[in-house]
Design a protein around this ligand. Structure first.
Ligand code: GUN
Ligand code: FE
Length: 428
């Protein structure tokens, strides 16, 4: 449907600047593209378009969650151990359940439904090692209508017997899933997903790099999240200079590779991440919840690394990208204080907003399609009743754009997100 929306409009201009239109207009074509975003009333030019007056609402781009685990959503909120025992005690036994079709179906439907409720319109998601459960996840994402990059987890060593794959079979399953889903409908894509170096043989990782180059699929994995994990990786791969070097020598780094966490990267590792155009998913909630650490955001920015935000559910306890922005800023403040200013200044509100929208789109090489409100892009946007974040219910107070953004990030909830659009179509 051709439509015009009038609202307070926020969109990231760049990492430091928020574009604010008050009021602004968003014109969406039947095909789901934005035709015009601006201050001038477009109603005379776009005749016959249905007009929606949301003058008392906020419209902003849909959020991009660059790292999460579908099967783990069931135990979100439980983080009583740090990474390696947490994987053994909670993650692996839960992921085993996805051998059952019914469990995979039920969980996938809830997961994508809740992502949409939280305003996430693009997601990068881990399934489990099961081909059928991964296929079911794609089907559920297709039905839900959001943009999704999904991958079957790969593990062929150091995993419980019930989750250890045969290397060749693992690769063959991925090849099949890529052929079926990579590029499907322009919204669904495949990510080769070697879980992390500990659970992957070098042979498997090398074959993943080759398959990604041949098919154009994404790669997602975990890097430098936890000190115990880093020590174990060094022991398993003693020939390599550092953790990043293991992935580098296996041919896994590149512009379509997304590394989650990256808390403890040394200078040489940062240099290779930058040179290869590899992307980082910053997961501040998870990093605190699993006592992993605090990623030095300001330092990485100054180094020029490309980052987005990831909830890492269930390392993170919430699918809310509003919460993720808040945690990103709060973690960054702590680091600024405890580093005695070396890691200052902390992340700003517009920077957090950028990471959750256009920054995330860049991480997924989708910045031409989504992440900001601009003519020519897909109409992926949210209608939010931002007034509900105002405890005094006094609309006239604290109405500067940065104050509205601040309240949204610190006090925003899924209930305030009234409408969620992907490609111009309402999903909720
Ligand atoms: N490292 C390897 N697997 C996982 C996982 O499932 N969650 C997190 N947070 N880190 C991991
Ligand atoms: Fe993770």
């Amino acid at each position: 449907m051709n439509a015009i929306y009038k609202a307070l409009i926020f969109s990231p201009k760049n990492e430091h600047t928020l574009t604010v239109l008050n009021p602004g207009y968003l014109v969406v074509s039947k095909t789901g593209l934005m035709e015009y975003v601006g201050k001038k009333d477009p109603r005379r030019k776009y005749k016959g378009y249905k007009f929606f007056d949301y003058s008392d609402r906020l419209i902003c781009p849909g959020f991009v969650d660059t790292h999460n685990h579908l099967p783990q959503y069931a135990f979100a909120g439980i983080g009583d151990k740090d990474l390696l025992p947490w994987l053994e005690n909670y993650t692996f036994p839960r992921e085993k359940m996805f051998a059952k079709k019914e469990e995979a179906q039920k969980s996938a439907k809830i997961f994508f439904g809740d992502l949409i409720k939280n305003g996430t319109t693009t997601t990068l998601t881990y399934a489990t090692i099961h081909k059928s459960a991964t296929d079911i996840a794609f089907q559920a994402a297709k039905k839900a209508g959001l943009r999704a990059v999904i991958g079957k987890v790969m593990m062929d060593q150091n995993s419980p017997a019930y989750l250890t794959e045969n290397t060749r079979q693992s690769l063959a399953d991925c090849q099949e899933l890529i052929e079926k889903w990579h590029g499907h409908g322009g919204r669904l894509f495949y990510a080769l997903t070697p879980r992390f170096a500990i659970t992957c043989s070098f042979k498997l990782m090398e074959a993943v790099g080759k398959m990604a180059r041949e098919t154009g699929a994404y790669i997602q994995t975990h890097l430098s999240e936890n000190l115990g994990e880093i020590a174990f990786t060094k022991k398993l791969f003693p020939k390599y200079r550092n953790y990043t070097d293991v992935y580098d020598k296996a041919g896994l780094l590149g512009p379509k590779t997304i590394m989650a966490h990256c808390i403890y990267l040394g200078e040489a590792e940062q240099k290779r991440i930058k040179e290869t155009g590899t992307k980082i998913s910053h997961c501040p909630t998870s990093n605190r919840f699993l006592s992993s650490g605090i990623m030095p955001f300001r330092h990485y920015r100054q180094t020029g690394l490309c980052m987005g935000l990831g909830t890492d559910v269930a390392g993170g306890y919430s699918l809310s990208m509003l919460n993720e922005m808040k945690e990103a800023i709060e973690n960054s403040k702590l680091l600024a204080v405890f580093s005695k200013g070396k890691m200052a200044p902390p992340m700003t509100l517009p920077e957090a907003f950028y990471l959750a929208t256009l920054g995330g789109a860049k991480v997924l090489s989708m910045e031409k399609q989504t992440g900001s409100l601009e003519a020519g892009k897909q109409a992926d946007f949210l209608v939010i009743d931002h007034r509900k974040a105002d405890p005094a219910r006094q609309k006239s107070l604290y109405m500067k754009p940065e104050q509205i953004l601040s309240k949204l990030i610190y006090r925003g909830t899924a209930e305030m997100i009234e409408q969620v659009f992907v490609g111009g179509k309402k999903l909720n």
